[in-house]
Design a protein around this ligand. Sequence first.
Ligand SMILES: Cc1ncc(COP(=O)(O)O)c(C=O)c1O
Length: 408
Amino acid sequence: MRETYRNRVMNMFASPGISLSAIEASGTKIKTLEYGELIDFQSGCWAAVLGHNRPEIVETIKENVGLLLHTHHFFDTEHPGALVEEITSAANLKSSYMGSFLSSGSEAVSLAVMLAELITGKHKKLSLSISYLGASPSLRIPRKADEWLDLDIVECLNCTKNSSCSACAKFSSVNFSQMAAFVFEPGNSGGLVLCPPEKLITFLAEEIRNSGGFVVVNEVTTGFGRTGKWFGFQHYGIFDSEASSPDFIAMGKGLGNGYPISGVLVRSNLAKKIEATGFRYVQSHSNDPLGCIISKKVVEIMKNENLVEHGNEMGVYFRSKLSEISRKTGGIIEIRGRGMMNVAVLGKSYNAKETFKALIDKGFFTGYSEIHNFIQFYSPITIEKEDLDALCYSIELILQSNQAIDGD
Ligand SMILES: Cc1ncc(COP(=O)(O)O)c(C=O)c1O
């Protein structure tokens, strides 16, 4: 990028300290000026679940962009309703849902929370302190204690007690009757890939519902096949029936495969109650036809090509290869993952940032955390074994050499 232009962009994140100028992207690959072609183990910003510039999606955009891109909200089109129907049937959702579509994941989570507050008349929400819910002031961490109760459940992750969570002192002071909703993010946990245990989620969902609150699932990252199922909440049996399906499902990222569209599905009975209150909520981009058309194509491709199952199989294969590397090199001390949402935690003598840089040199773009010393892999779910084999070969070489050990 020309230096004069670079100086016009306000930086809002910690940069890895290397220059990465993107030129074009296709499938699992992104071409850069500095490093040539990289396999994208981040799917853009975890959104391009089908890979970049999927030809059928590009065609769909070309065919529709000149027809109806955006409308005033007074206009009806068939597209948002058709999308709700497509998602409900493809993901085999157990309840009937109505929905509405916005632009960003944060907006979708905010709207779901706002609706739960509206129909309960309560304003406090329950969530987990490991759950990232969005960038807007009311969702970002640290959340305000007068609005949110964020449970610290880190010790629950490895709980082996046989007793019910109701017997645990940790929850004895929680006043469930104050809560409009339990806002459950099923396992991305801000990129840490910490999946809350089933027993705990069953307990919290039941308590909330018994006290008149609702369950909002935040599927912005865990939706659309990321975790090896259509939605992350489907790993939890408590939600697997008509009566117990989530009340609100917030989605984003994979919904548009990189095109900015998000949405909220609301159980139809609740949606009708909400409509009857006369509640009004308008944004410039609500139910934009083009976004809905694109998302419908995303869902069709995922369904027709069984990509959720494919992503799940690739995840199992990938974690087995990482375990092999762990045994051979001792450089990986923990592997966490579901589907193609994975992290490999490095041993103390290895440096995640250096490993990240060494992987870029070898043609792989991953995520990393310096604080938690892990490398993060959220590839498109279309990834094939050859790409995973190539990545694992390089990880092994890097961990066996001293590249990953040297600091800055
Ligand atoms: C779990 C989760 N919720 C909400 C968001 C916010 O979505 P957006 O960045 O599209 O506003 C993100 C984004 O990373 C996320 O991972």
